[in-house]
Structures are given as C-alpha cells and as structure tokens.
Design a protein around this ligand. Structure first.
Ligand code: NDP
Length: 451
C-alpha cells in the first residue's frame, strides 16, 4: 500500500466510529498522492501520519441550569489540531449532532483552510451538543458561561483563538467573551466574531458569505463569466447564507432559494435587498423559521426538504449553486440533477456540503467546483484580521477590511488554480487547495524536527 493509503487505513482502524473524520481525511489524503513522490522529505519525517493526529483533543462536562431550575449536562469539545504555522484557530459549533467525529473533521479541514488564507493561523475546532434553538437568552447565557468555565484554561490570544460556527453567533460570542474577561481579568483577543463595541472587526459577520461569492466570481472569470443575470441557489438561512445573498444581489445575480433545518423556500422572483433584510431580522433577532418567509412573500415552501432535494424533485434550473447550510447536504442524486439542469458552478460556503459522490459528478462534468476549505476561508481570514487589529489596538474601516478580504480571496483562488496547474490538473480546485494548504504546513512541521 502507498503511504497515503496506509494513513487512511490507520485512521479508520484507530477510530472506527468517526465517519465524518474518515471522509475528510480520505478526501484530502488522496489528493496529496502527487506530493509523496515530489517530497520524499515529507515521507521520511512521516508528516502525513502526524497531520491526521490532533496535537490534543479535550472533552469536558458542561453543567448548567435551565429556566425551571433543572440541572442539565452537555458535552464540550475543543480539538487543537495543528499549530505549525500559528495559534490554533477555528470555530465553536453548538448543535445536537456535534460529536468528536464532527469536530475532528472540521478541525482537520481548518488546518489547510487557515494555511490558504496567507495568515499565520493553525487549525482547531470545538463546540458542544447543546442546542440553542428554543432556549431563552438566560439559558443560552448560562450554558455559554458554563462552557467557558472549562474552555478558558485551554485557550489564549497566542495559544488558541476560537470563533463562531453553526449555532454560535454574536449573542453566544458575547456571553462567552464576557465570562472569559470576568474570570481571567483581561481584555484580550481570545475570541473572534466579537461585537464592535468590544474588539470586533467590521465585515466579520459578512466575511464568509462575501468571501464565498468573491471566490465563485474568480472561478467564473476563468471562463469569462460573472454573476450578472445568473440564477443562483443558496441553501441555509444563517450567517453564511444571509451575506452570500447580499453579495450576489450586489453583483447582479438573482437568488431563488434558502432553507433551514425544517423547510426550503423557493422564490422565483428573487430574494432582493428588502427580502434579505427580512431574513436577517427573522433569523438573527426573532429566531423564527424560514417558512415564515413564504407566508410573507408568497414564495413556495417545501417542509422537511433541503434546497437540493427540492431542486432535484421540481427540476428547477440554476446556473450557480452555493451550499451554505451543513455537511453532506448535496447527495450524488442531487448533484446529478443540478448538472442535468444546467448548473456550471458550485462554490461551498459550508464545510463539506457535497458528498464524495457529488464531488465526483461535479468534477466529471467539468463544473467549476470550489471546495469549502478554499471558498469559505474568508470567514477565518477576517477573524485573522480581527486578531491583527486587536494586537495593534486599532480599528480598520469597512472598506479597508473588505478590500483585504477581496485580495485574500483572490490570492486563495490563485494559489489553488496555479497549484492544480503545476501538478498537471488544471481546474481541479480540490487538489489545488489541498496541496497548496498542505505544503506550507508540512514545510513548517519539517523545520521543527520531531515535536
Ligand atoms: P448558522 O447556524 O448561522 O446557519 C446554519 C443554517 O443552516 C441555519 O439556517 C440552519 O437551520 C441550516 N441548517 C443546519 N442544518 C441543516 C440541515 N440539516 N438541513 C437544512 N438546513 C440546515 O451557521 P453558519 O451560517 O455560520 O454556518 C453554515 C455553514 O458554513 C457550516 O457548515 C459552517 O461550518 C460553515 N462555515 C461558517 C463560517 C462562519 O464564519 N460562520 C466560516 C466557514 C464555514 P436552522 O435555522 O433551522 O438552524
């Protein structure tokens, strides 16, 4: 067996109950095969096997009290995966599906993503199986404080800097940062995604969605195309989806879909600026369901289906697909339907939203396919810019941060494109992203010797 296949087999054997982690490792590792021949020094130092083993993984008990006085217990996680090129960095996810496999898959992807951003950040991820949905603000606050009561000992501005992810937005970051500040008695850049009043960065809320669209625009430009007049499907209705809609609108495209975990809405007239503002209010303030959009704007609502199932079942034509909800949301059948209906560009705002079968279909059909770790890197890149501003004790303007984000997304695109070309696989953004991200981390690991 090859070095790569050995590593994949060992990961599966060592942790047989971690399917999402296996999927992420396998997807990355097979594309690194050409580096084995080109870099015997990586093989000699066993970089491949060292890369898939986290530096450390912490799990902990999170006891908290609900509004009725009942004592509840959730499980907390922080996986510090790799800090070869900078402090561990990656979001916190609060969702009932969270387990070690999910956190390890996300943390592993984060190593290469952060490397691609051009900024000095290592990879990590964390979270809890706590579900903020349906909880009062008081319950969310008490949970966040209990979570931070343990997490604080593992993080620090030069050690590990968590951020938001699914279920962790401005409210949760505020509660966690407030508690960290209280128990450490220090005001420091230990979390990103902070509010503007206490060390946040302009454009951070918009960054992942905007960056996703910037990356898609770069891919389209390689074929002389742009967003103007194009029909775009977006999934999710959270942070990434909301700002992806806003940027697509700014670039002249028409977004026709959104979903949450309960329903999909299709609005053939397009989700314009006013409707987009309504979605922000609905999801971020009222914490309502996307089905309410259908009532208000006479869109069609499909209960218990995601966007890609609806597109397949209804035969809806779209030019561009931006999955921005969650992992494995596009099945092979969904991908085949997208291609059949004329979709030629898929850019992943979410992490690993396409199954391996879907990715193969996109690539076999020459769809411009951008993997999450490159496409959605704008979020963590802007978190990196937030860390820089915290260290400088300065606040950059909206325009300055947005320009830096745009330049970073262009340079990530260029790195992926040129790396794929250099390895004889022009247009293969998966291979390009993985090898470009990996090479930098591997060289740093090599420089340290065996540590
Ligand atoms: P949010 O929690 O803000 O939004 C997630 C949205 O997806 C919600 O509308 C949620 O529905 C919906 N959703 C979740 N699971 C499903 C499902 N199984 N089927 C249909 N819809 C679902 O999270 P984000 O927008 O922050 O994150 C979305 C994706 O982007 C994730 O994969 C995340 O890892 C990735 N990402 C996020 C970054 C960021 O900066 N926020 C950075 C890089 C990647 P509901 O409203 O019902 O919960």
């Amino acid at each position: 067996m090859s070095v790569i296949q050995d590593v994949i087999a060992k990961v599966k054997q060592t942790d047989p109950d971690q399917p999402e982690f296996h999927q992420a490792v396998e997807e990355v590792m097979v594309t690194l095969e050409p580096t084995v021949k080109k870099h015997p020094e990586f093989v000699k130092a066993n970089i491949y096997e060292r890369l898939v083993e986290p530096e450390r993984a912490v799990t902990f008990r999170v006891p908290w009290v609900d509004d009725k006085g009942n004592v509840k217990v959730n499980r907390g996680f922080r996986v510090q995966f790799n800090n070869a090129i900078g402090p561990f960095k990656g979001g916190l996810r609060f969702h009932p599906t969270v387990n070690l496999s999910i956190i390890k898959f996300l943390g592993f992807e984060q190593i290469l993503k952060n490397s691609l951003t051009t900024l000095p950040m290592g990879g990590g991820k964390g979270g809890s199986d706590f579900d903020p949905k349906g909880k009062s603000d008081g319950e969310v606050m008490r949970f966040c404080q209990a979570f931070m009561r343990e997490l604080y000992r593992h993080i620090g501005p030069d050690t590990d800097v968590p951020a938001g992810d699914i279920g962790v937005g401005g409210r949760e970051i505020g509660y966690m940062y407030g508690y960290y500040k209280k128990i450490r008695n220090e005001h420091t850049g230990v979390l990103t995604g902070k509010g503007m009043e206490y060390g946040g960065s302009l454009i951070r809320p918009e960054a992942t969605g905007y960056g996703t669209v910037y990356f898609a625009a770069e891919m389209l430009a390689t074929r002389g195309l742009d967003f103007k007049g194009k029909t775009v499907a977006i999934s999710g209705a959270g942070n990434v989806a909301q700002y992806a809609v806003e940027k697509v609108n700014q670039l002249g495209g028409k977004v026709i879909s959104l979903c949450d975990s309960a329903a999909t809405i299709i609005d053939e007239a397009g989700i314009d600026g006013n409707k987009c503002s309504y979605v922000l209010e609905l999801k971020n303030v009222k914490r309502g369901r996307i089905s309410e959009y259908a009532d208000k704007y006479k869109a069609v609502c499909y209960e218990s289906k995601n966007v890609w199932d609806v597109i397949r079942e209804q035969g809806i034509k779209v030019d561009i697909a931006l999955p921005c909800a969650t992992q494995n949301e596009i099945s092979g059948a969904n991908a085949a339907a997208l291609v059949k209906n004329g979709c030629y560009c898929v850019a992943e705002g979410a992490n690993m939203p396409s199954t391996p079968e879907a990715i193969k279909i996109f690539q076999d059909n020459k769809v411009l396919y951008g993997p999450g770790k490159a496409v959605n890197a704008g979020g963590v890149a802007t978190s990196g810019l937030e860390m820089s501003q915290n260290s400088l004790r300065l606040l950059w303007t909206r325009e300055e941060v947005d320009n830096r984000l745009l330049l970073i997304m262009k340079s990530i695109h260029q790195a992926c494109y040129e790396t794929a070309e250099a390895y004889g696989r022009k247009g293969d953004y998966v291979l390009g992203a993985n090898i470009a991200g990996f090479t930098k981390v591997a060289n740093a690991m090599l420089a340290y010797g065996i540590v």
